[in-house]
Design a protein around this ligand. Structure first.
Ligand code: PFF
Length: 450
């Protein structure tokens, strides 16, 4: 007999968990600099437009599959299939999602381990442990191995406690803390010299850059990564969502929280970068673009914190707590995908399944850490650039083409009286059948062939 399934106890709990999955490193080290380098507010409008017209409908596809089937990614897609051939396709897509999210979690844990190390570094600096500080900030294999495993352990501890006592409880604590720290940091940075230049770089629109086709496609890719689409995280969270909830509303709130926090992150990152510039820190790379990704977080910003005097260590501490929270609420959603599959397929205890999978993923992390130069970029690019959009495409095909339209409507009507007359139902089926698959395919073709 299958183990009893978990369910989120409240709408707030679900929102924090799903927004926690969506809000991650991507929102903080990718989105803001991408916006500033690509037309400022014009990029913001473009991103918002794509997030709500394409990524939100795709998010709805995953949530609705999950809630209807109340199953893990493989079981869910198999259930929707009307014949054995399509059920096989469902298994392949479901397994590919599980494999992809497992690999994403492996590299994400390494990067999150860096955040933990820098977090401890701010404490070591406060108490004056210089040797520890040097080790924590030096990009060595042993440091990376230890902290990626510690981060995996944190993820495992949360997931082994289950949907309500693990995911919901921790997301409900951590996400408000994240927003609070983010706002405090924004207020502080805005008082510093150079902050207004950063705000200008972030918000003054330049439509000539933002409307280039290549950029539109990359913005769409970013929106998909940001909403954690294509790998079954939103599907599995949807499967723990009560039938009393109105799906289009709740999906809309998740998309709004994700884009809202990405926008707020820009109000912190760009002003910080220009404050750093005013203090003599280099913020542009060799090609003249703003430094993004790990370089921004572990080179530019720490150089800025160093210039802030004694306040700097506390700002650094708050910042790396923020980064660690953003990582952890995303990593738990990733680990839940394979755990739910193992628990439901092999009738294994959640705790056992979680530790077993956690150890397996930690081993993959170590493999990447000790073969960093050859493996890291490869794993990032294969999973997030190639696999994620392709799988997202299949999810929309399952809802738009394989699942009977009447079944979709019936699921939507739960928690949404009169759904059949709504604006959402007039537009969304068309989107999910035609617009989303074509747009995702366009992203894909551009990535693979150009
Ligand atoms: N949405 C996360 C971010 O923006 O950093 C990344 C992510 C989380 C991707 C969960 C995939 C996933 F399953």
């Amino acid at each position: 007999m299958a183990a009893a399934r978990g369910e989120f106890s409240s709408r707030f709990g679900f929102l924090m968990a799903a927004a926690g999955s969506a809000v991650g490193l991507g929102n903080i080290w990718g989105f803001p600099t991408n916006a500033a380098s690509n037309g400022g507010a014009a990029f913001l409008f473009l991103y918002l437009f794509l997030a709500f017209t394409l990524a939100y409908p795709a998010l709805m596809a995953e949530l609705i599959i999950g809630r209807h089937t109340r199953s893990n990614a493989v079981g869910a897609l198999r259930q929707l299939a009307p014949n054995p051939k399509l059920a096989k396709l469902g298994s392949v897509v479901g397994f590919a999602g599980i494999a992809t999210v497992t690999l994403i979690l492996s590299f994400y844990s390494i990067v999150s381990g860096w955040m933990l190390a820098w977090l401890l570094n701010s404490l070591a600096t406060i108490v004056g442990w210089d040797a520890a500080s040097a080790w924590l900030t030096n990009d060595g294999e042993s440091r990376n191995a230890i902290f990626s495993v510690v981060f995996m352990l944190l993820t495992v501890i949360v997931i082994s406690a289950g949907v309500r006592d693990g995911i919901e409880k921790w997301a409900s604590r951590l996400m408000p803390a994240l927003i609070f720290i983010l706002v405090l940091l924004i207020i502080y940075v805005m008082t510093l010299e150079g902050a207004m230049d950063g705000l200008r770089a972030y918000l003054v629109p330049d439509f000539s850059v933002a409307l280039q086709p290549g950029l539109i496609i990359s913005a769409l890719g970013q929106a998909f990564f940001s909403l954690s689409l294509g790998v079954g995280t939103m599907l599995i969270y949807g499967s723990y969502l009560s039938s009393r909830e109105n799906l289009p509303v709740i999906g809309g709130l998740v998309a709004m929280l994700d884009t809202g926090i990405a926008f707020l992150a820009g109000l912190l990152i760009l002003p910080s970068m220009y404050v750093a510039l005013a203090n003599g820190v280099e913020i542009f790379d060799a090609s003249g673009a703003l430094v993004a990704g790990p370089g921004l977080i572990i080179a530019v910003l720490p150089a800025l914190f160093d210039t802030m005097g004694s306040a700097g260590v506390f700002v650094a501490f708050a910042f790396f707590v923020l980064m660690t929270i953003a990582s952890l609420t995303s990593s738990i959603s990733m680990l839940e995908v394979p755990v739910a599959y193992v628990v439901e397929t092999f009738d294994t205890q959640r705790r056992k399944a979680t530790y077993f999978l956690g150890i397996g993923i930690a081993l993959i992390c170590l493999l990447i850490v000790y073969n960093f130069a050859t493996m890291f970029d490869l794993v990032v690019s294969v999973t997030t650039e190639y696999s994620q959009p392709l799988l997202g495409l299949f999810f929309t095909i399952f809802v738009g083409w394989i699942w009977k339209r009447n079944g979709v409507l019936q699921e939507l009507q739960k928690g949404y009286a009169g759904a059949e007359h709504s604006f959402f139902w007039k537009i969304w089926p068309f989107y999910i059948r035609f617009v989303c698959p074509i747009a995702i395919a366009a992203v894909y073709i551009q990535l693979v062939f150009f």
